[in-house]
Design a protein. Structure first.
Length: 409
């Protein structure tokens, strides 16, 4: 008899963003006359930078010629892209990362979800609450948790984010082996300083733990004193893996390109205490299960680092950050406490009511889709996340409608 992976039965209903899409679509079907504005999932709305489009076209033309045609590329990405990433994203900021420590992939979601495969199943994991749901769900699938009780999976050490700690969790009281961190944070938009991040790196070094650092939103950092990479922190090369993405940085959500940095000095241990380079394990996993991002996409990503590409990507970021500033000031003007939106495209709002009820209310009364905070964990209950990814005119309209809805509430 064929049997299932019963860990899947522990998962909570559907994936958060699928559930939101389902509810928004059902509402649209029931009210075809209503125009819905989607500020739920963080999906970009602006076209790719022109430099990327040109590079994309050129690469497609190369594929049409026998002399320049390319078949399989290196699984971990072409050197032309990895070298640019290493120089611009890391070395230029004093972070000692080389091209051969970079693995190009089709998404930070896949990489943050897949990375746990190279680690033991009986480790202790610390996961923030609220959190991007992929980290937790993929560990549930892998059997690293018990069942779900009162909003929490047994066996996980939850790092609580609250208004009081500014959604920067404290170090765990107990010893943990694996720590997920995400800054600028999804969903709260909170940011971490270098000295705060140093305490996490020090903790990992003292406890032989590993940090999985999701920096998919680094491009939104406006305050230059904040770290964009964990490798700006002393000692991080030994204890951290970092995830980055072109999705939000340059509008690649539909194009798909991201990368993961696994320094060659980063180690984990066998049961007998022998240290092993996690780079070698991830290399083995990546080359076995992945055949590389398509050549034209990698050329388009490379163009992000050209002078034109850098300037054009900044225009995109500035555009969304203008949306974020508008959302934040309008929501705060209505008397709601919120964070984020200053170095992040997400605004995290204390709705002072059940977050799914707030979601339904905004959908029904304002025709605006947000993300209920409870979908990110128990500490997210009472909050909603508003995404700045949409056209400015839509954000303006959404804010007008929200104002009316909340005033009538
Ligand atoms: C989000 O809205 O949190 C993100 O767009 C989801 C993702 O990047 O997978």
């Amino acid at each position: 008899m064929i049997r299932i992976n019963e860990n899947y039965l522990k998962l909570q209903a559907s994936y958060l963003f699928s559930e939101i899409g389902k509810r928004a679509n059902a509402f649209q079907e029931a009210h075809p006359e209503r125009e819905i504005i989607r500020l739920g999932i963080g999906d970009v709305t602006r076209p790719l930078p022109e430099a990327c489009i040109k590079a994309f076209h050129r690469a497609v033309d190369e594929m049409a010629e026998i002399k320049s045609f390319r078949g399989y590329g290196p699984e971990q990405g072409y050197d032309f892209l990895r070298e640019k990433i290493a120089q611009v994203d890391f070395q230029s900021r004093g972070a000692d990362i080389s091209a051969d420590e970079i693995f190009v992939s089709d998404g930070a979601k896949c990489d943050t979800g897949n990375i746990q495969e190279i680690l033991a199943t009986d480790i202790t994991i610390a996961i923030p609450d609220p959190v991007y749901p992929v980290y937790l769900a993929t560990n549930v699938m892998a059997g690293r948790t018990g069942s779900f009780n009162s909003g929490r999976y047994e066996g996980i050490v939850y790092l609580e984010g609250t208004l009081e700690n500014g959604f920067i969790p404290e170090l765990p009281a107990e010893k943990v082996d694996l720590i997920y961190l995400c800054f600028p944070n999804n969903p709260t938009g909170a940011t971490i300083t270098k000295s705060q991040l140093q305490t996490w790196v020090d903790y990992a070094r003292e406890n032989k733990a590993l940090i999985l650092y999701d920096a998919a939103y680094d491009a939104f950092i406006q305050d230059d004193s904040l770290p964009r990479s964990i490798y700006e922190i002393e000692g991080a090369r030994e204890v951290a893996i970092e995830f980055r993405s072109f999705s939000k940085k340059a509008g690649f959500t539909g194009t798909r390109c991201a990368f993961t940095v696994v320094p060659k000095t980063c180690v984990a241990y066998t049961g007998g205490g022998e240290s092993v380079a996690v780079h070698d394990l991830w290399y083995r996993r990546h080359t076995t299960k992945f055949n590389g991002v398509s050549y034209p996409v990698q050329r388009a990503a490379e163009a992000v680092y050209s002078d034109d590409g850098m300037a054009q990507s900044k225009v995109l970021i500035d555009y969304y950050m203008k949306n974020a500033a508008l959302i934040r000031s309008e929501i705060a003007g209505l008397g709601y406490e919120c964070i984020g939106g200053e170095n992040s495209p997400y605004i995290w709002v204390d709705g002072r009511m059940d977050s799914w009820a707030f979601f339904d209310m905004l959908l029904e009364k304002a025709g605006v889709v947000c993300t209920p905070g409870a979908g990110f964990g128990r500490c997210g209950e009472g909050y909603i996340r508003i995404s700045a990814f949409n056209h400015y005119e839509n954000v303006e309209k959404a804010m007008q409608r929200i104002k009316q809805a909340l005033v009538l509430e």
